[in-house]
Design a protein around this ligand. Sequence first.
Ligand SMILES: Cc1cc2nc3c(=O)[nH]c(=O)nc-3n(C[C@H](O)[C@H](O)[C@H](O)COP(=O)(O)OP(=O)(O)OC[C@H]3O[C@@H](n4cnc5c(N)ncnc54)[C@H](O)[C@@H]3O)c2cc1C
Length: 154
Amino acid sequence: MSSPEAGKAYSLSRAGALNVGVVGGGITGLTAAFYLLKAGCRVTVLEDRPQVGGLATHYDFGPFQWDKFYHCILTSDRPLLQLIGELGLTGEIRWTNTKVGFYDGAGFHSMSTVADFVRFPGLSAWEKFRLAPRVFAATRRLGRHHGRRQHLAR
Ligand SMILES: Cc1cc2nc3c(=O)[nH]c(=O)nc-3n(C[C@H](O)[C@H](O)[C@H](O)COP(=O)(O)OP(=O)(O)OC[C@H]3O[C@@H](n4cnc5c(N)ncnc54)[C@H](O)[C@@H]3O)c2cc1C
């Protein structure tokens, strides 16, 4: 849903008792509008910008679209995956394993495995010693929620 006109009100009408105005057409506003519509309300989304989506919107290059800001979806993002399912878009998801890396001006350095962590040139031995228990604790916590770290490839 997009429009060349800024300040447009997007009417998502459906017969219903309640008229609801939603200010902001980012994912929060659009999600609220979607569920309000499902609940039978008549919804108007008021968006200030020419394009809906807010921070999660995209550039339109014609043959393809590209995120304005990088976004990933993890397998642990259950409410979002539920929403995607309710929108009938689950089949559009292409999962892939993620890698994490840093650029330090001289090159990219992967930080995806224990070996990467040990080799990582951006931290001193003391900094790695201090950081390691926190990474371990965070990874364990994350592992309780989902098996493999994956993200949306498309
Ligand atoms: C670089 C980057 C990477 C990110 N990566 C992730 C990620 O991987 N996973 C993740 O879950 N989140 C990620 N986020 C965060 C995510 O993009 C935001 O949390 C989410 O898009 C916020 O949505 P929102 O609808 O709450 O707000 P916004 O996206 O800010 O939308 C608000 C909308 O309201 C409109 N608006 C504001 N005031 C008015 C008004 N008075 N009248 C009319 N319209 C108005 C704005 O124009 C805008 O369109 C990332 C963010 C950034 C910047």
